[in-house]
Design a protein around this ligand. Structure first.
Ligand code: F6P
Length: 324
């Protein structure tokens, strides 16, 4: 393999820059010409591909966001768009691609690697942690830390005013951030997209707390919960349970930014290093991930399925027990 390009696509995630740095420097170490693609798949279509040297990734390890920018590219979903992307790779003589992103990114990468003669390796980069084949995705740990820092602060004011707070966290289809941050912040209840929790059950839980010595409570709501977001849930609860003064906080995109945690810096470095080594070893159509403390390869196909196992039943049970 002579020339490798790297891109970031979909929602950004803290640790992507650490990963880009590792990809570029590992490639250079192997004597490979390295390229960066700007704005994800859109940059492949626009031929926005630039050579990168070791210096071009100086001082980025600690930064959130992505120096390569990112986009959710609709054109790449069309056969015409994919063809243009391939033609541009050909023009630049690039035969290896590292894509850092989440499920949308991997869906594109899978089709692309099946259709064209380009070796593609995926790196799981999404705060959602919703890919099979890696216990953790890049950015997930930092996002949870951001959430718990925010909820700790909300807890102070909730306690001072004896209020009930509904805090909405990211995850349209994934409750991973919600579940882990609920445990780490000691939330009274958590609502996940993958699990049915009725408003009646939630009210029972809150009533129980109010009947003991709980003067305030926090409910974490994943944005993709079936009963709606935090505003909807708060409204429904208030209709029949008015014990507390109720407030809503939407944490939103602040969960995607910030300097990566040590865990995400190390994970990004390990996965970037492993991605290039996989391409050098002739692998394609696979994702590099972390299983236990080992790097593992999983087919992109498998990575896109079966992620709900990450909502372990014991953790679910624990949120109920530890919040009585
Ligand atoms: O996939 C990462 C994620 O942050 C999800 O948790 C969230 O639902 C979505 O992206 C938001 O996407 P956008 O930034 O395009 O609004």
């Amino acid at each position: 393999i002579k020339n490798i390009a790297v891109l970031t696509s979909g929602g950004d995630a803290p640790g992507m820059n650490a990963c880009i740095r590792a990809v570029i420097r590992t490639g250079i170490y192997h004597g490979i010409n390295m390229f960066g693609v700007m704005q994800g798949y859109q940059g492949l279509i626009n031929n926005n591909i630039k050579p990168m040297d070791s210096y071009s990734v100086c001082n980025i390890l600690q930064l959130g966001g992505t120096i390569l920018k990112t986009a959710r590219c609709l054109d790449f979903k069309t056969p015409e768009g994919m063809q243009i992307a391939y033609d541009n790779l050909q023009k630049n003589d690039i035969n290896g691609l590292v894509v850092i992103g989440g499920d949308g990114t991997f869906t594109g990468a899978k089709l692309f690697s099946e259709k064209y003669n380009v070796k593609v390796i995926g790196v799981p980069g999404t705060i959602d942690n919703d890919l099979a084949g890696s216990d953790f995705t890049l950015g997930y740990d930092t996002a949870i830390n951001t959430v718990i820092e925010a909820v700790d602060k909300i807890r102070d004011t909730a306690d001072a005013h004896d209020r009930l707070f509904f805090v909405e966290v990211m995850g349209r289809g994934s409750g991973c951030i919600a579940l882990r941050s609920a445990i780490a912040s000691g939330a009274e209840a958590v609502l996940l997209p993958e699990k049915e929790t009725s408003i009646e059950d939630l009210i029972q839980k809150l009533k129980l707390g109010a009947s003991t010595k709980k003067s305030s409570s926090i409910v974490i709501v994943a944005e993709g919960h079936k009963q709606g977001g935090a505003f909807d849930v708060a409204k429904r609860v208030k209709e029949t349970f008015n014990h507390y003064d109720t407030k809503v906080t939407i944490l939103g995109h602040l969960q995607r930014g910030g300097s990566p945690s040590s865990f995400d810096r190390i994970l990004g470095s390990r996965l970037g290093f492993a991605a290039v080594n996989a391409l050098v070893a002739g692998e394609s159509g696979k994702m590099v991930g972390l299983k236990g403390n080992d790097i593992a390869l999983t087919s992109l196909n498998e990575a896109l399925t079966k992620h709900s196992y990450k909502l372990e039943d014991d953790l679910m049970e624990m949120t109920k027990v530890l919040s009585i």
